[in-house]
Design a protein around this ligand. Structure first.
Ligand code: GAL
Length: 980
């Protein structure tokens, strides 16, 4: 049996798409508690449920809007109402693969279908009405009072029907299919979440003067400062913008002096469009979007998107978001210096765009179209290339553009994501040029870029991006010379970069340095804003964050849904701290002078106050306001170092920080919020010369132990056993870390974690070959090597007595074939070169001077200032929902670890070291599947490392740049340890 849900038509009976509008006509929200029954096939509960008097009292209740797979109701298998999370009936996560056979437009007979019913009252005199669904996934058929209104696909797009309601009792019946032909156009990398997941509303329509649509054309001429305004509308209406003195008929053009709209100065002029039947709110932002000589500009100035890709996600309600959550996203973005959003990969709830107009974010709105899974058929039958799908594809574009055309924040239309090529893209482009010539178009996946105003890529390496910036990139395969010539003249838009999966991404500042340097590049969008994990509870009641692997279903996108800058509950990750630094709109460079550059698009710096602080590792020494003249966009000033900050003698590192903060409260942050900062070291600690090991004699204490000053060692293993009154063990040479998501690479590409596992880096065997000692020194030599393989590291550790305790000089020599290993034919890059110690479990607190307070790695520390910080050992752990390496601190000058009744362990770098401290080993961290698998081992495991490799973003991206790896060469480093 087949039916409308398997038709390549987009729907039937619907009204023409139109602008989203806030009108004074009556609106009846139909959100609330509906009746619901799930059935296994598209037949649903049968034909009877549409009847007025159908008895639904035995049915489940269902919140609308919601995704039924995230709610509690009677499962298909029967039994009491419960949540389907974690089961095949619940949310399913795939990345590129369709969860149904690739057999377009047919779908399986097993097609979970939800029948919904709502009885609602309509006040007398409500008038003619329109029924609007803002989003139903994936196909809905609708009946009102027993009469069929029509059906629709296009999950993230609104559809409307004329609704012949009657005063008093009305009955709405909606049948929603999980799978439909529309499914083939919605293969975005995200959870499959059926249901009526956005608002349902009954809109009263005036009998005369109904403003069914309107189109605001608000241009701006940067040369004259004049805005032009014309509002088109199908009925006689008047445009009123009191602030501008505009009062004119719709269709007429006014020319007025205005302040233009931009993301950093989101100037809106509010007014109304009034007919004799209704008044529609206007929020007009004047701007001109234009590509000039291959440079993307707004209002005549180049734009650099400091962007993120945003999916709609909530850990309890999926893609059903309330307004407060939308505001939370925007406020967090603005505070992190993000000024642009790509609505990956579908139009968001319309309220989000209203908020973007108001708060100020550049927006790339993407059509709800992705056919990625056709890759499994070699792109055979790809819908954009098949005329049978033309109407469905065009329908999606029409509904996107018509709904969102009036938002000043929307500056680019994106035709689709990852849908390869096809003639329909040409038609989409042609229609758009006609309908909305005011905005350019992007489509990334067609290598000819013939329908795109931008050249675009995802996840290029730093080197390739640099080449692109210089117009020196290689020609994509399979395109003609003409196409290539056209492509080379286009601006470049980095639609996705820096895959924020797990710990990372690294190199955010490296990317930004390139993005900001080249005129051709108009910025980029980090993948992605938020993890898509769900709150779930294990059988024993332990809460956890559910991802694709927690559902027993194939295909699965596994953990790739957890790749956000904020966790699923919107807690910022360390990646967001790093991004805020990379995206600073004002750059502050402190060196022999203070250089301040305003990199904003159009706002001056007169909303900012500047301040400097001088600190050493104990206290702030001095602090004061810094007078900075207001800088217009693009302006730079160089100021001498503040007088009060110079001439201080340094006991150790003396750090000068200059920061810019908001002078006054804004809608997105309070006065005092720091927008940008820069730091420099005025003096730094000189490295101490290592003490040469004096010839001497071994001192046997007793029981096979040897002492060097207050340090007592095992005479056979050479490991440290006591430091003063502190019992400890170690060090072991440590070359391992619990792989991060990025260490696993993408499939077989860049999977360095499997190389580590195959060479058993996590299970190294340690051998001590020689322990020699004399007066005040001890030398231990040995070898640390994996099982099976011939390579290893030969090391020596030379301990000498020191004023503060003992100094350790470690030497590591990589021996054997680490490069192009005989068995793997791969290079083994070690993720860490350092020293592991076991400390008493009573250690509770770490205090250090270095980068902080959050975790830092060699390719992601620029957002963390040098300063003095204190954290508990527990708070040093970053709770990634998939356990992995975390909590490192680079450039640590000194570290103190304390606990009740324990001597304080003090470690001093010569000059710096990396540290991590945790209650479990990195092997336990590697083996854990969930945070709650990690249990206190009874000890604190402290790594004092010479280096740890960077985090990168190879989970979907280039290999970790070589400069962030650890060279396999003879390495010598020093630390000093003492117990106080
Ligand atoms: C891109 C895609 C995104 C996401 C990302 C990896 O190719 O557009 O939707 O899948 O890769 O997480």
């Amino acid at each position: 049996m087949t039916g409308y849900w398997e038709s390549t038509e987009p729907g039937a009976g619907r009204r023409a798409p139109r602008a989203d509008a806030v009108s004074d006509a009556a609106v009846l929200s139909l959100n609330g508690v509906w009746r619901f029954r799930l059935s296994p096939t598209a037949d649903g509960t049968g034909a009877a449920f549409v009847a007025d008097d159908f008895d639904d009292s035995a049915w489940d209740t269902m919140r609308v809007p919601s995704h039924w797979v995230l709610e509690e109701f009677t499962p298909l298998s029967g039994g009491p109402a419960r949540s389907m999370r974690g089961t095949e009936e619940g949310p399913l996560y795939t990345n590129t693969a369709y969860p149904i056979p690739l057999d377009p437009p047919r779908v399986p007979a097993e097609n979970p279908t939800g029948d919904y019913r709502l009885v609602f009252g309509v006040p007398a005199g409500f008038g003619p009405a329109v029924l609007r669904f803002q989003g139903v996934d994936s196909c809905a058929k609708v009946w009102l009072n027993g009469r069929e209104l029509g059906w629709s696909t296009g999950s993230r797009l609104p559809f409307e029907f004329d609704a012949p309601v009657r005063p008093g009792r009305n009955v709405l019946a909606v049948r929603v299919h999980r799978w439909s032909a529309g499914t083939y156009l919605e293969d975005q990398d995200m959870w499959w979440l059926p249901g009526i997941f956005r608002d349902v509303e009954l809109l009263a329509r005036p009998t005369s003067g109904a403003i069914d649509d309107h189109f605001v054309h608000a241009g701006y001429d940067p040369a004259t400062g004049l805005g032009t305004l014309r509002v088109d509308c199908p009925v006689d209406a008047v445009v009123e913008i009191p602030e501008l003195g505009v009062l004119m008929p719709a269709g007429r053009t006014a020319s007025v002096a205005v302040e233009p709209w931009s993301a950093d100065s989101p100037r809106l002029y509010r007014g109304v469009l009034r007919s004799d039947g209704e008044a529609v709110d206007l929020a007009v932002g004047f701007r001109r979007v234009e590509i000039v000589d291959g440079v993307f500009t707004v209002n005549g100035r180049p734009v650099k998107f400091r962007g993120v890709n945003r999916h709609e996600h909530h850990p309890d309600t999926g893609r059903t978001l309330d307004r407060a959550t939308m505001i939370q996203d925007i406020v967090m973005m603005k505070r992190a210096n993000v000024d642009a959003v790509r609505t990956s990969h579908y139009p968001p709830h319309p309220e989000f765009l209203r908020l973007c107009d108001e708060y100020g974010l550049w927006v790339v709105v993407e059509c709800d179209l992705e056919t990625h899974g056709f890759i499994y058929a070699g792109w055979d039958g790809n819908p954009p290339a098949d005329p049978a799908w033309r109407d469905a594809v065009m329908d999606r574009l029409h509904r996107t553009v018509e709904r969102d055309k009036n938002h000043p924040s929307v500056v680019i239309w994106s035709l689709a994501n990852e849908s390869w090529t096809g003639e329909t893209f040409g038609e989409m482009e042609r229609w758009l040029r006609e309908r909305d010539p005011s905005r350019p178009v992007v489509y990334e996946r067609d290598p000819s870029y013939r329908n795109s105003d931008f050249y675009s890529l995802m996840y290029p390496s730093l080197d390739l991006l640099e080449q692109i910036g210089r117009h020196e990139e290689p020609t994509p395969a399979g395109i003609s010379a003409d196409e290539d010539a056209r492509r080379r003249a286009l601006p470049f838009l980095l639609i996705e970069y820096a895959h924020a999966m797990g710990n990372g991404p690294g190199s955010l500042s490296d990317y930004w340095r390139i993005l900001s340097t080249h005129d051709r590049i108009c910025g980029g969008f980090v993948w992605e804003w938020i993890d898509h994990g769900y709150n779930a509870v294990a059988d024993d009641g332990t809460p956890f964050v559910m991802h694709g692997e927690d559902v027993d279903y194939e295909p699965s996108g596994r953990r790739f849904c957890l790749d956000g800058l904020v966790f699923s509950d919107r807690t910022p990750t360390p990646g967001l701290v790093e991004l805020a630094k990379a995206y600073e709109p004002v750059s502050i460079t402190v060196g022999s002078a203070v250089t301040i550059a305003n990199a904003r698009h159009s706002a001056s710096t007169d909303d900012l106050v500047f301040r400097w602080t001088l600190e050493d590792d104990e206290t702030p020494r001095a602090s004061s306001a810094l007078a900075v003249p207001p800088l217009g966009p693009g302006e730079t000033v160089e100021l001498p170092l503040p007088a009060g900050a110079t001439g201080h003698a340094g006991r150790g590192d003396l750090v000068l920080t200059v920061e810019a903060a908001l002078a006054d409260d804004t809608v997105w942050a309070d006065a005092g919020h720091v927008v940008a900062w820069g730091q420099t070291l005025l003096t730094s600690t000189p490295a101490r010369a290592p003490r040469p090991a004096p010839p001497g004699r071994a001192v046997t204490v007793d029981d096979g132990e040897v002492a060097v000053g207050e340090a007592v060692f095992d005479a056979v293993s050479g490991r440290l056993r006591r430091l003063g009154a502190l019992e400890l063990d170690g060090p072991w040479l440590d070359l391992h870390r619990a792989p991060t998501e990025n260490d696993h690479g993408q499939g077989a590409i860049n999977d360095i974690a499997s190389v580590w596992r195959k060479t058993a880096l996590h299970r190294m065997l340690h051998r001590t070959d020689a322990v020699s000692a004399g007066d005040g020194w001890l030398r231990v030599a040995g070898r640390t090597a994996p099982r099976t393989h011939p390579h290893g590291v030969a090391w020596t550790m030379l301990w000498t007595e020191d004023d503060d305790g003992v100094a350790l000089e470690a030497t590591a020599d990589f021996v054997g074939p680490w490069a192009d290993t005989p068995y793997l034919h791969r290079d083994v890059w070690v993720p860490r070169l350092g020293l592991l110690f076991a400390l008493p479990g009573g250690v509770e607190r770490a205090e250090w001077f270095g980068r902080g307070p959050g975790e830092t790695y060699v390719d992601s520390f620029e957002g963390s200032r040098i300063g003095r910080y204190a954290r508990t050992v527990d708070d040093l752990q970053v709770p990634y929902p998939v356990p992995q390496e975390n909590g490192n601190h680079v450039q640590t000058r000194w570290l103190q670890l304390t606990g009740p009744d324990l001597p304080c362990l003090r470690v001093v770098g010569e000059p710096h070291f990396d540290f991590t401290a945790r209650r479990w080993t990195s092997v336990a961290l590697q083996e854990a599947r969930k945070p709650h698998d990690l249990v206190d081992s009874g000890r604190v495991w402290l790594n004092l490392d010479h280096a740890q490799q960077g985090v990168g973003s190879a989970s979907v991206g280039p290999a970790l740049p070589e400069r962030y790896r650890i060279p396999r060469e003879r390495t010598v480093w020093r630390v000093r340890l003492g117990a106080v």
